[in-house]
Design a protein around this ligand. Structure first.
Ligand SMILES: Cc1ncc(COP(=O)(O)O)c(C=O)c1O
Length: 453
């Protein structure tokens, strides 16, 4: 029997009727095609995608080199379970990744499917390598939604609320972010680092002994927490502290990796920085499900043989996509484009922050490379009111209203965090014209909310 023909609206209704209620969605549009930064919907819209599937399709939708590699791989080998034998793309991907690791000690790889699974692998490895039960995470952290990774997530209660108990042994300290520390946005980086160090020191003095801590997990730029870069002095402090106490420093580069911030990994911005374990996913394969962990020989050797694995872990097609992605990075100056387009993007956001009309709406502009955010003031959050004349009206739900306006003009942007923040994560191949177009729409959107009040 032929499948029923449905209109775009009927498909959307079908989705609402049958896709789990537990899955949130920004919009009920049905996307049928993606090409570069353009996405096409079943109701005939062409939209400029500034989400890249949450920082995944970094080379744009259906990049020709990735598509060709995948088509080729599908014709030769789709699946070879990694506990049975090696397969070629798995090893070729390691060959490509070895020279671009942020530290030469990182030469032991394990691939999995999703970021959350890779977090689970890092948790297992950290506990096994140290023989210690506990981990430390940061307020605002997002590491996933499974029972281990969800226990490490601190960006919003919704991800795990009313579903506990989660994995025990997780301690939380303040991220070097003004919201986390209860200080205004203009607070100097030096002061923010001092306050965050103090909170960590208090945690180790009052709540958990360092000798019982296996690892500290940190995102070098917080993602779901609000696109907040961690200052290098704080990262270096963590490195020293971990070395002193035998704690492993686990760097979550799931969202920041693969040139998102202008260098291969965000920690490359800190000279000589050494993660003990690094987690990667998203941009590694431009949309194919692939993630993994990397560590050094000494740490990885503590695992029992067979303790890592999974049916689809390091799938051949996903690895072939990963190889193609790394080859594009090797042959094109993607980092150069990220830096040039980021400058364009930040200049547009700074103009909004500084113009008398829109300044009363903006709390902060921040980010690293093409992982950028504008945080709006919130009527009921006095911390964001810094610098405002008394009695200045602050509109409500600015981000949501800006997002809806942008969509009505053909631009897709995402909000993030429990604060009022819009994030920008376009594909790294975004052109000057596309950035210009997006920033014109975005500027108009913010001006529109300023006018409406
Ligand atoms: C920093 C970070 N870690 C982990 C994850 C979880 O990855 P996944 O959604 O692939 O499970 C994400 C997802 O957004 C992330 O941004």
């Amino acid at each position: 029997m032929p499948a029923p023909v449905r209109t775009a609206a009927q498909w959307a209704q079908f989705g609402r009727d049958h896709v789990s209620h537990g899955l949130g969605r920004m919009q009920d549009l049905v996307v049928v095609k993606g090409e570069g930064l353009d996405i096409y919907t079943s109701d005939g819209q062409k939209l400029l995608d500034f989400t890249a599937g949450i920082g995944v399709t970094n080379l744009g939708h259906c990049h020709p080199a990735v598509t060709a590699a995948v088509q080729n791989q599908v014709g030769s080998l789709v699946h070879m379970q990694c506990s049975i034998m090696f397969h070629a793309p798995y090893l070729q991907l390691i060959e490509r990744l070895l020279p671009v690791m942020p530290h030469p000690s990182l030469d032991q790889f394990f691939f999995w499917n999703s970021g959350s699974e890779a977090i689970e692998a890092a948790l297992k490895l950290a506990r096994k390598a140290t023989g210690r039960p506990n981990v430390v995470v940061f307020q605002g952290a997002y590491h996933g939604r499974t029972y281990g990774s969800g226990a490490l997530t601190r960006s919003k209660p919704i991800y795990t609320q009313s579903t506990g108990p989660l994995m025990p042994g997780v301690y939380t300290t303040a991220y070097p972010y003004w919201h986390s520390l209860g200080v205004p946005p203009s607070t100097s980086e030096e002061e923010i680092v001092r306050l965050a160090k103090h909170q960590l020191d208090m945690l180790f003095r009052q709540q958990v002994a360092t000798k019982d801590v296996a690892a500290i997990f940190i995102e070098p730029v917080q993602g779901e927490g609000g696109y907040v870069p961690c200052p290098a002095p704080f990262m270096n402090h963590l490195r020293e502290l971990c070395d002193k106490h035998g704690v492993l420093l686990v760097i979550d580069e799931v969202q920041t990796g693969f040139f998102r911030t202008g260098s291969y990994f965000s920690v490359n911005h800190i000279k000589g920085f050494r993660p003990d374990i690094m987690i990667y996913a998203k941009g590694i394969a431009n949309g194919f499900p692939l993630s993994g962990i990397v560590s050094n020989k000494e740490i990885m050797a503590t695992l029992d043989v067979g303790s890592l694995g999974g049916t689809y872990a390091g799938n051949a097609v996903a690895c072939a996509a990963g190889v193609a992605v790394q080859d594009v990075f090797a042959s094109e100056d993607i980092g150069g484009n990220v830096n040039a387009r980021a400058e364009q993007l930040y200049n547009a956001l700074y103009a909004l922050r500084d113009s008398p009309k829109t300044a009363p709406l903006v709390a902060q502009v921040r980010g690293q490379g093409l992982m950028a955010a504008i945080e709006f003031r919130m009527p009921n959050d006095p911390l964001t009111h810094e610098g405002l004349d008394k009695g200045t009206h602050i509109p409500s739900n600015i981000g949501k209203r800006v997002q809806e306006f942008c969509l009505s003009k053909g631009l897709v942007v995402l909000t993030t965090s429990c604060f009022d923040t819009i994030r920008f994560i376009p594909a790294l191949v975004v052109s000057e014209e596309q950035m210009d177009k997006a920033m014109k729409i975005f500027t108009e959107a913010v001006q529109n909310v300023a006018n409406e009040g």
